[in-house]
Ligand binder design. Structure first.
Ligand code: PAP
Length: 320
């Protein structure tokens, strides 16, 4: 999620730092973006990121759910929450039935930016779009587990472009897909560049496999139960043989599926209010939920060019 239509307010606590950073106005729905520690942010979100870096302290048992925007954050929140709380809630009492996943798991750079405890401390999850290299040191130095979700960058672009248009009211006439694509290829949009975002977590997962797990959106689509079991094991909450025989992993997958969550009243008609942000309608977080929707937007030629750029950026990393 990113802030929309921000005016460059550089008078805040970190105004001086921010006003000296490289700037770009090309991601029109947000306005001016600033490059900080290699990644791009709108100014007030950036103030929150710096504040979180300075002051955030996790609970020792926290699990940190990370992603680049529009990569499947809400889905990851729903899955991880359902895995860990499966013995406390059932199919009729799961809070996901009444709340947007974003309301259950707060964002580090939004709700928790200035107060680490501005949350229900019984829920051991924190989410963030902050890249690995800019995460608060308190998280890196902790024993907190990190799960990162990534997605085909073409689908991320399409999801991001649609979401920002809808929330900002800046339509495709003012911000055509070609412009968004160009910005994506340059890496200049909120929390971009995508490749550096993914590579940061990917490399960390290779170096610290017991701390960082990378999950792909497309893998969850093709074999949800397998990857739910992987996540459960990684988080120290493995499914028992008995649970597997009873289909508990499949139950988690079904509860968190796009089809199930998007048909719930809260996600069809609810609203999500946050300090300093426009009110979001919950359904904007559930657009299509498909792998490969980019095919409805990008010509083969454009997709190929985009793929080439991504392949170059990811080459040698082992990540396909
Ligand atoms: P955020 O960065 O604003 O938090 P995030 O949840 O990461 O957004 O991504 C939203 C995308 O995930 C949307 O993709 P789309 O635009 O291509 O449709 C949304 O539909 C999709 N999504 C949300 N929930 C699910 C789910 N349960 N299963 C699969 N995809 C989902």
């Amino acid at each position: 999620m990113s802030k929309i239509n921000e005016s460059p307010d550089t008078n805040g606590k970190y105004g001086k730092i921010i006003s000296n950073l490289p700037q770009d106005d090309g991601w029109k729905p947000v306005g001016t973006l600033y490059k900080y520690q290699g990644f791009w942010y709108g100014p007030s979100l950036l103030q929150n990121v710096i504040s979180a870096q300075e002051s955030f302290t996790p609970q020792p048992t926290d699990i940190v759910l990370c992603s680049s925007p529009k990569s499947g954050t809400a889905w990851l929140k729903a899955l991880a929450f359902s895995i860990v709380s499966r013995n406390q809630v059932d199919d009729s009492t799961n809070p996901l039935l009444k709340k947007l996943p974003h309301e259950i798991v707060p964002f580090l750079e939004i709700e928790l930016a200035h107060d680490s405890n501005n949350r229900n401390l019984e829920i051991p999850f924190v989410a963030t779009h902050i890249p690995y290299s800019s995460l608060p040191k308190s998280i890196i130095d902790s024993k907190c587990k990190i799960i990162y979700i990534c997605r085909d960058p073409k689908d991320v672009l399409i999801s991001h472009w649609n979401f920002d248009q809808q929330v900002s009211g800046i339509g495709s006439e003012s911000f055509p897909l070609e412009e968004a694509l160009e910005q994506y290829c340059k890496g200049i949009y909120p929390f971009g560049p995508y490749w550096d975002h993914v590579l940061g977590f990917w490399k960390a997962s290779l170096e610290f496999p017991e701390k960082v797990l990378v999950i792909k959106y497309e893998d969850l689509k093709t074999d949800g139960p397998f990857h739910v079991k992987r996540m459960a094991k990684f988080l120290g909450h493995p499914f028992s043989m008995e649970e597997e025989q009873e289909g508990a992993p499949e139950k988690v997958v079904n509860m968190c599926s796009f089809e199930n969550l998007s048909r719930l009243e809260v996600n069809k008609n609810g609203k999500y209010d946050l300090p300093d942000l426009p009110t979001f309608v919950n359904k904007s977080f559930f657009r299509k939920g498909k792998a490969g929707d980019w095919k409805n937007y990008l010509s083969d030629g454009k997709a190929e060019k985009f793929d080439q750029i991504m392949e170059e950026k990811f080459s040698g990393s082992g990540l396909v």
